[in-house]
Design a protein around this ligand. Structure first.
Ligand code: ADP
Ligand code: MG
Length: 401
């Protein structure tokens, strides 16, 4: 994979596929981690005299312009972080984009509007995606792939466009891939993996692959109730994926045979209803119960304090830790304790620690931890999980020569 140093960018139009898919509340960016992560690549290209054309998706618009998914607020924040003007184009391959790119001087930066306002970006039809990639290719001379959070997508700007232009990986993608190698090749042991978040089915593939790589797998978050149910426990009205129970049972058996330790919570924080995460209203029926004695009709929304200590102890003597998925509904302070305990457990461990996942990374920052104290915070949850599953990622394959 070529890197920025292999490209001669001065005076050239360089298309940077970034992942600027940040969480927004109205027009306010609630976590700018992904913008800061790609800013060094953009700054380096601009300083080297490139005409920089930045593009990204934001959210899931339906292939047509939709103001709530506009990248305009991101253009402003990117400009602040770079300390230079960032021109914003009101479309992706239309008159506004073409005019803005044509007007760029060396060292200037333009951000195109949301790529997913065009149906060709995510189309399953090769010809439709290819046509959009052709239109994007007309805006640039070189391609830099630096949208790590999107490299697992077979999308026009990620997969088809680099085939049409001389290309290289940006600094963020280069760094992310370097970290993922440390989690898959010659891993320092004990290797502990902490999985949480909301959907078991999203993470099941990675468990399968980790069964013969990790020494310990710790499970929390919404997905844990499928594990507790698989063990025959009552889980009340917690998140549950019934269809995944047999798969989970098989994993628990395979893990036992392979000597992989599965660590499940011993206590759970429950409530009668999903908390008000926007308003942050206090939870009145909060209760911590043993994991094998959850009352009916209650929702499990976090691992309990005893589990937090148990999980931290399983990280204390690890040499490598990968963590994906919050331990609870951390967006409400009443259910953020389990996630805090795991984050602190990573910090207290001498291990090389990696945090992957959009919500996990946001949790670390919004709960007040120093992100620089972790070994690495990945900007891509799905992408890092698919890498750990052993899959070929389209956006990385496309950057190979
Ligand atoms: P990531 O983006 O880090 O990969 P996910 O998207 O898989 O993480 O999951 C994050 C979401 O999981 C958070 O919004 C959190 O509120 C939710 N979550 C965690 N624990 C629970 C739970 N017990 N019940 C419901 N949702 C949960
Ligand atoms: Mg998420």
């Amino acid at each position: 994979m070529k890197t920025l140093d292999d490209l001669d960018v001065a005076g050239k139009r360089v298309f940077v596929r970034a992942d600027l898919n940040v969480p927004l509340s109205g027009e306010t960016i609630t976590d700018d981690g992904r913008i800061r992560a790609v800013a060094p690549t953009i700054a380096k290209l601009a300083q080297s005299g490139a005409k920089v054309v930045v593009a990204s998706h934001l959210g899931r618009p339906k292939g047509a312009p939709d103001p709530q998914f506009s990248l305009a607020p991101v253009a402003r924040r990117l400009g602040e972080l770079l300390g230079r003007d960032v021109v914003f184009a009101a479309d992706t391959v239309g008159d506004s984009a073409r005019a803005a790119v044509a007007a760029l001087a060396d060292g200037q930066v333009v951000l195109l509007e949301n790529l997913r306002f065009n149906p060709g970006e995510t189309s399953k039809d090769d010809a439709e995606r290819g046509a959009f990639a052709d239109a994007l290719a007309a805006l640039a001379d070189l391609y830099v792939g630096d949208g790590f959070g999107a490299v697992h997508r077979r999308h026009a700007s990620v997969y088809d466009l680099p085939a049409r232009l001389p290309h290289a990986a940006g600094q963020l993608v280069t760094a992310e891939v370097g970290v993922l190698r440390r989690l898959t090749e010659d891993v320092a042991r004990p290797y502990a993996v902490v999985l949480g978040g909301s959907k078991v089915s999203d993470k099941i593939g990675v468990i399968e692959n980790l069964l013969d790589k990790a020494d310990r797998i710790l499970v929390g978050g919404g997905m844990v109730f499928t594990f507790l149910k698989a063990k025959g426990y009552e889980v009340g009205s917690s998140l549950l994926q019934e269809d995944q129970i047999p798969v989970v049972q098989e994993y628990l058996e395979r893990a036992e045979k392979a000597g992989v330790e599965f660590v499940l919570p011993v206590d759970v924080a429950v409530s009668a209803s999903f908390p008000d995460v926007k308003g942050g209203a206090p939870v009145e029926d909060f209760e911590v119960v043993p994991a094998d004695a959850m009352p009916e009709g209650r929702l499990g929304l976090d691992i309990g304090p005893e589990s937090g200590r148990l999980f931290a102890s399983k990280l204390a003597d690890a040499a490598t830790v990968f963590w994906n998925g919050p331990m609870g509904v951390f967006e409400h302070p009443a259910f953020a304790e389990g996630t805090k305990a795991v984050a602190q457990g990573l910090l207290d461990s001498p291990a090389f620690t990696v945090v992957g996942g959009g919500d996990s990374a946001a949790a670390v920052r919004t709960l007040g931890f120093d992100e620089n104290a972790f070994g690495h915070i990945s900007t891509g949850g799905g992408a890092s999980l698919e890498y750990l599953e052993g899959k070929t990622l389209p956006g990385l394959a496309a950057l190979e020569d």
